[in-house]
Design a protein around this ligand. Structure first.
Ligand code: ASP
Length: 916
């Protein structure tokens, strides 16, 4: 039995030895029983996850080849090496190549990877890499050889860096800090750091040991004190949690902070405990954990954590999703499998023998380049998306996802994508504020119509107004609650500091300031503003001029008093000159009875009274029967008529204007008018943008006005617009305010008016602390409300509908501007007065006439009464017995022989006939 057994053992031993001998012979001769490809992975001592991922995936690949009945087998080996030791790595690589390795999965250590790459190049062994590589991808034909046997599934650092830079540009960060750990970090941040070259972006860089919590905390404190709220962190994903923890402890994790991590593995570690802090936490990622294949594999690997070989799962405990490098290891195995299959199909002899490559002989593998060619042309859908390689072995056409930690779902979520063709596309960054479960603190100034306070019958305080309505719309759509804090004034900012609401925003005592807040550049240096929701400009609130009392003699208004005086004087002068010239010229002396040529008396028609009659006749555009006969008098008459033509035309033209439009004229029409006088004082709000406008104006006129305002005592600056309105109503005060305020006041008080045009053009916006996460979202809502004309409706609600007790008709009462009797009363008075005066003169004429007669039989009064009765007998004839006059006139007529101006012509002729 013992002999039998030893015989069998001996025989078996011989078979085994023969088999080994044959195998070694086959190996030496490069012949294999089936087509096999040998793959060797170089992994570090700590890279257990990668090693396991390599093995697990290889298993699957082998099974699939087996079940697929493909005449191909993959032999996988891995070597644990000290990746930092190039000597060890090179020795190991040479060893595995001498064993017939046909593909190397390279290392991520910079020193050893250089060596592996060049060795693979030399020996034509495809080198698959899955790590971030700091070296430039050779994309020029000048040095095509350097990496020509290397394929890297990790996106090249230039492309990644460009994607990160695009993101920062999209967010429009002008000031941020960059924290990094080592030189590789600096290379990754290269493109971002270049943003500061143009000088418009301020970047603070800090090298930091992320393993030291104290130094992390100190740096974060420092950044907080220097108002850095945007921080880019280049660290391993293992450190993310700890950094956020330090940030929370330093109170640098509120919603005003934004942490952007350079790692592609933000979601790998659990950071859900920071959901209540509100900070924006973002990153890019290559592997989408929601993708079907990734999800399944994650589940599978999670299961592995629970089975008996718990420590054999490529997913470490606590990891929520597959890290990028692990996923790339998985993808690399499949790329290799696909390529090997393709090569095997195309050239079955290629993998039938072992590679004869050797470090010693520097002999390359003849099919290495072919296999690499197939790898480059595969189109595998891996965990990291579609895998395609460019000409130089770099990953191409991949897509990165922009991810953000969702406070609502307590996990990292996709908010956009980046790819090298269409660049950045942020699709959804609208996490509603209700998810933060935060009540925003809103500052406001109680000034209607922007914001007002109302207490209802139950004693509840309610805020209302134009800005409050806008805030309500925004709060509703963004789903946040707010509480209002009242502020006494708007406050302001100068070069160095701010006061009032702005200081509170800087101190983060409030989240928003909503009121009639003007966007100014000085304020924008310290706080952020949303897009403007209303446009306006500075204008003047003034008291309407009181209507001029209607004057009886307003027909005199067209000419200044001086003109009237000059006119009377010139009238008298010209009349007298006429009289003199007429007497001087012999041609104005004529025979009064032309039928009697022997008459030796000549008569001049231009007595003083006649001269005056002629001139007054022409000035009143009537003319008279007197006509100048000679050149000199006609000359005088001519120039006088010319004079009267111009004077009367000017008077007529002015009269209409004076009696209609000129009735209510304001003493000032513009800011310039105000600046030219000192009687009417003017002022602004004592703190606010209107004050700053004058204070900082470069126009001399506004500078002068500001100096005037500053030097007034009592002060002309007011605490609020109601005080401004009160002072305007008291008179002799003009209030510079924004057109919106002025329109509101004018609409409600008929004694007020707006004077002049806008002095500037500005907009109202909502103010927020610098870097506020709500800015863009609120701006979006404002634009939406503007598009829907909601803000316009609110404006008309608060300006023209709410709280209006009276409507001011202004000038609308008398659209025709017809003149009333008050305007023209004076003309009637002159007429009546003139008639009265003429009656008195007639009486005096009668008395004088009668008194100069010595032969009057009756007393003068009796005669006057008789003549009056006779005159008033309207129905009587226009002739009368001569004795009425004869008794008084015979002798008179015989004596004078001149015309009687007070008697009519026929009457005079009759007298003359009687006399003859
Ligand atoms: N709206 C102004 C401000 O923001 C107030 C004013 O000066 O009229 O300061």
């Amino acid at each position: 039995m013992g002999e039998e057994t030893s015989k069998i053992m001996f025989r078996t031993e011989r078979y085994v030895l023969t088999a080994i001998f044959l195998l070694s012979l086959m190996k030496d001769s490069g012949v294999r029983a089936e087509n096999i490809i040998r793959v060797d992975a170089m992994v570090g001592y700590e890279d257990t996850a990668l090693e396991l991922a390599f093995k697990e995936t290889m298993n699957k690949a082998q099974q699939s080849l087996l079940y697929g009945n493909k005449n191909l087998k993959i032999e996988d080996f891995f070597s644990r090496v000290n990746l930092e030791d190039s000597y060890e790595v090179s020795g190991e690589v040479c060893k595995v190549i001498s064993f017939g390795s046909e593909v190397i999965f390279g290392t991520h250590s910079r020193s050893s990877s250089e060596y592996v790459t060049s060795l693979c190049n030399q020996l034509s062994i495809p080198n698959l890499q899955i790590h971030w590589d700091s070296r430039e991808v050779v994309t020029s034909t000048k040095r095509p050889d350097r990496d020509h046997m290397t394929l890297n599934l990790y996106p090249d650092h230039h492309t990644l860096s460009a994607a990160q830079r695009d993101l920062i540009k999209f967010w429009d960060w002008k000031k941020f800090a960059v924290l990094y750990e080592d030189n590789d970090g600096l290379i990754r941040l290269q493109s971002i750091l270049k943003l500061s070259f143009k000088g418009r972006v301020a970047i603070t860089t800090r090298k930091i040991n992320f393993l030291n919590p104290e130094s992390v905390k100190n740096v974060l404190k420092d950044l907080k004190n220097t108002e850095h709220q945007r921080i880019i962190v280049d660290c391993h994903y293992d450190r993310v949690h700890d950094i956020l923890k330090e940030a929370a402890e330093t109170e640098a994790l509120s919603e005003y902070f934004h942490y952007h991590f350079m790692t592609l593995d933000l979601g790998v570690t659990d950071i859900s405990e920071f959901s209540e802090y509100g900070a924006n936490i973002t990153a890019l990622r290559l592997v989408n954990p929601e993708h079907g294949a990734v999800k399944n594999l994650t589940e599978e690997w999670k299961q592995l954590q629970f089975n008996i070989r718990g420590n054999r799962s490529p997913l470490r405990k606590g990891q929520l999703q597959i890290p990028t490098e692990t996923a790339l290891m998985h993808d690399a195995v499949w790329v290799l499998t696909e390529a090997a299959l393709a090569l095997n199909e195309a050239n079955p002899t290629a993998l039938a023998s072992y590679s004869r490559a050797s470090c010693d002989k520097a002999a390359p593998w003849e099919f290495g380049a072919d296999l690499l060619g197939y790898m480059k042309s595969v189109n595998v859908d891996g965990l990291s998306g579609t895998i395609q390689f460019g000409q130089y072995g770099q990953r191409e056409n991949f897509e990165l996802e922009v991810v953000k930690f969702s406070h609502e779902f307590k996990k990292v979520q996709k908010i956009g994508t980046w790819n090298s063709l269409s660049f950045l596309n942020i699709t959804d960054d609208n996490e509603s504020l209700s998810q933060l479960n935060k009540t925003l603190k809103v500052l406001t100034v109680l000034e209607m119509p922007y914001a007002g306070k109302k207490i209802d019958e139950y004693g509840n305080v309610k805020y209302e107004g134009f800005c409050i309505d806008i805030l309500d719309y925004i709060a509703e759509s963004m789903k946040f609650k707010y509480e209002i804090q009242e502020e006494p004034t708007y406050g302001n900012c100068d070069e160095k500091e701010c006061t009032g609401m702005y200081q509170k925003l800087i101190d983060r005592e409030a989240d928003l300031a909503v009121a009639g807040i003007t966007i100014t550049s000085a304020r924008e240096k310290f706080v952020d503003f949303t897009k403007p929701f209303w446009n306006l400009g500075i204008t003047i609130l003034f008291r309407k001029p009181k209507a001029k009392p209607v004057r009886l003699f307003s027909f005199l208004d067209p000419f200044h008093e001086d003109v009237w005086v000059y006119m009377i004087a010139i009238y008298l002068c010209v009349s007298f000159m006429f009289f003199v010239i007429a007497r001087l010229t012999p041609y104005e002396w004529c025979n009064p009875y032309p039928c009697n040529q022997e008459e030796d008396i000549v008569e001049n028609q231009f007595s003083v009274l006649n001269s005056m009659w002629l001139t007054i006749g022409s000035i009143l555009q009537q003319g008279c029967e007197l006509a100048p006969r000679t050149v000199s008098t006609r000359m005088v008459a001519g120039v006088w008529w010319f004079f009267t033509l111009i004077i009367i035309s000017s008077y007529t033209a002015n009269l209409a204007a004076f009696l209609t439009a000129g009735r209510m004229q304001s003493p000032i029409e513009s800011a310039e008018d105000l600046s030219k006088q000192t009687d009417i004082k003017y002022g602004t709000l004592q703190t606010g943008s209107t004050y700053s406008f004058f204070q900082n104006s470069i126009f001399p006129i506004y500078q002068r006005m500001f100096t005037f305002m500053k030097n007034q005592n009592p002060p002309v600056f007011v605490k609020n617009s109601n005080e401004g309105e009160k002072r305007v109503l008291q008179g002799d005060y003009a209030y510079f305010a924004e057109s919106t305020t002025v329109e509101y006041k004018v609409e409600r008080n008929c004694d007020l008016t707006q004077i002049g045009n806008w002095l500037n053009s500005v907009g109202y916006g909502i103010a927020l602390p610098k870097g506020s996460p709500y800015k863009d979202k609120i701006s979006q809502r404002i634009l939406y409300l503007q598009d829907k004309q909601v803000i316009k409706q609110l404006y008309s609600k608060w300006w023209t509908k709410m709280y209006i007790n009276q409507t001011c008709d202004n000038e609308k009462k008398d659209p025709s501007n017809a003149l009333s009797i008050q305007n023209l009363g004076g003309v009637f008075v002159v007429l009546v007065g003139g008639i009265g005066v003429s009656i008195v003169i007639a009486v005096f004429e009668f008395i004088y006439y009668a008194w100069t007669k010595r032969d009057i039989p009756d007393p003068i009064c009796t005669q006057l009464k008789d003549e009056l009765i006779f005159a008033l007998r309207c129905w009587g004839s226009s002739s009368k017995p001569a004795d009425h006059v004869i008794r008084a006139s015979k002798s008179d007529l015989s004596r004078t022989g001149v015309s009687l101006p007070s008697l009519n012509h026929e009457y005079a002729n009759a007298i003359r006939d009687i006399h003859a």
